[in-house]
Design a protein around this ligand. Structure first.
Ligand code: NAP
Ligand code: MG
Length: 499
């Protein structure tokens, strides 16, 4: 094990000291087995914290606590009180943006610019958005088609205990997206953050305690997906799984949830097409395509990894993209000047590098990048150059599979029908982009693309009010907006005879 990092920020250093415990029933507790795992800084390989590793027994304790809280204090809490709790949590988080941003960057390698101005403030806004929804859930009165003297109406009721499993690519925001809607709707929650980026979820746990949520309303269990992820998925007293992660694991969760008939929302992988037509505002399109690919080291589910460029502007666009990649500053994610930090782990770096090697063997040309960076301050970190590939067939591995790293595939096209067909030639259907100034072209593509989100003359923009979810193998259900909270409720129909 390498040395523990010396942390400059005092409060974070204090937080990182000692073995990090789980939050169960309003108390910080060690794992019942006493086992632990290391939390690694991907920028240099240092161990920054030690965390208790839970298993089925710890999950069971958390589920019991969540059930008692659901049946007890949380069900007696009024919608307005739930609004207050969530707003209080948002206020506490807002006061500590710097600390959370710093910790998230340290743990996950996301650039400090992204965590400080993006992920953490977005988490605050998301909490406030769903705080507002707590008081606005309503049923309907229904005039019966068969007539008669009845009063018929629907109620929206919380589901119960929700097991929320999240990935490592934007850990705090990912956790908050799995927390706010279920709580606002009156559910209790068990959070299972990724083992690779557990720390900001645990720090959020401290704020959850400070905000005064009753014991057991929010529980955090830490450990591997194979153990506690599976324990959550198969636990008979969990009502719903909210999962964000890979399609492969998502499919397994769906299978296992069947035995206990759990409700599920799955936000899964993607291989999103981004299409630039020759009539687009090319400066904007190139900027959008670059940012839509390389933000967060390409470790974004909706990254525009397959860039289709109309043939007449193909050379112009690729030259500019290469120039931008050349200028991109890869380095220490804590440095505000850094535009691309390290990948999450050594294994992931190797996996991305393998994809580049396979692409070369399959005939691709590497326009720029492709190399691991280890010199100077990058030593020990999981750094890769921003990489742009071309001369790719539609059936190349790099075009087909989700790489989840900074590797852009650029391909020319000639006809609108052709590019639509190629864009849809994937099992995924998460997101897509189109760049054109022609409204007819835009609408034709919007209509034809199989994707949960289509961006026109923009990319990556998301909003708390706008539903987000995947089509095809990219998921089931949506988050955000009214549909995002409705997914944490069930309908009860009531019929009262007035005779
Ligand atoms: P992953 O391997 O599927 O893991 C996601 C979470 O599931 C982690 O907490 C993991 O735990 C846990 N897990 C692993 N195996 C499990 C099992 N058998 N049962 C239950 N839980 C299990 O994905 P990842 O590598 O962390 O994240 C990258 C993937 O997430 C990409 O495919 C990306 O596209 C997708 N993603 C999708 C969205 C979206 O909104 N659609 C957003 C972000 C990311 P441990 O890792 O701790 O073992
Ligand atoms: Mg880490």
């Amino acid at each position: 094990m390498s040395k523990v990092l010396g942390v400059p920020q005092e409060s974070v250093a204090q937080f990182l000291s000692g073995t990090k415990q789980m939050l169960i029933n309003g108390e910080w507790v060690p794992s019942l087995s006493g086992k632990t795992y290391d939390s690694i800084n991907p920028a240099n390989g240092d161990v920054i914290a030690i965390i208790y590793e839970g298993d089925e027994a710890d999950v069971d304790q958390a589920v019991r606590a969540a059930r008692v809280a659901f049946n007890g204090p949380w069900s007696k809490t009024s919608p307005a009180e739930r609004t207050k709790f969530l707003n209080k949590l948002a206020d506490l988080l807002e006061q500590r943006v710097e600390e959370f941003a710093y910790l998230e960057t340290l743990d996950g390698g996301n650039t400090i610019t992204l965590t400080r101005y993006g992920f953490v403030p977005s988490a605050v806004a998301h909490l406030r958005y769903y705080a507002g929804w707590a008081t606005k859930l309503t049923g309907q009165t229904i005039p019966l088609t068969s007539g008669g003297n009845f009063h018929a109406y629907t109620r929206r009721e919380p589901l119960g205990v929700c097991g929320q499993i999240t990935p490592w690519n934007y850990p705090l925001l990912g956790t908050v997206w799995k927390l706010a809607a279920p709580l606002a709707a009156g559910n209790t929650v068990i959070l299972k953050p990724s083992q690779q980026t557990t720390l900001t979820t645990l720090l959020l746990g401290e704020l959850i305690m400070e905000a005064g949520f009753p014991a057991g309303v929010v529980n955090i269990v830490t450990g591997s997906g194979r153990k506690i992820g599976e324990a959550i998925t198969s636990h008979p007293d969990i009502d719903k799984i909210g999962f964000t992660g890979s399609t492969e694991v998502g499919k397994g969760i769906m299978r296992k949830s069947a035995d206990t008939l759990k409700k599920i929302t799955l936000e899964l992988g993607g291989k999103s097409p981004n299409i630039i037509f020759a009539d687009a505002d090319l400066d904007k399109a190139i900027q959008g395509a670059f940012m839509g690919m390389f933000t967060n080291q390409g470790q974004i589910c909706v990254a525009g990894t397959r860039l289709y460029v109309e043939k007449s502007v193909f050379q112009q666009v690729t030259e500019k993209l290469v120039e931008m990649a050349q200028k991109m500053k890869v380095g220490n994610p804590l440095d505000p000047a850094t535009q691309m930090g390290p990948l999450i782990s050594k294994e992931h770096l190797q996996s991305v590098k393998n994809y580049i090697e396979i692409a070369k063997k399959e005939g691709a040309t590497v326009l720029i990048g492709g190399n691991v960076l280890q010199e100077g301050e990058l030593a020990g970190g999981n750094y890769l150059e921003p990489t742009i590939l071309t001369d790719l067939e539609e059936n190349c591995t790099a075009v087909k599979e989700e790489i989840f790293g900074p590797v852009l595939c650029v391909m020319p096209f000639e006809q609108i029908e052709e590019v639509i067909e190629r864009a849809n030639e994937t099992e995924y259907g998460l997101a897509a982009g189109v760049w054109t100034q022609n409204l007819t072209t835009a609408h034709k593509v919007i209509d034809a693309l199989e994707a949960g989100t289509v961006w026109v003359n923009t990319y990556l923009k998301s909003d708390n009010g706008l539903p987000f979810g995947g089509h095809k193998h990219s998921g089931i259900g949506v988050e955000m907006g009214y549909q995002g909270i409705e997914a944490y409720t069930k309908t009860k129909s009531v019929l009262i005879s007035l005779n």
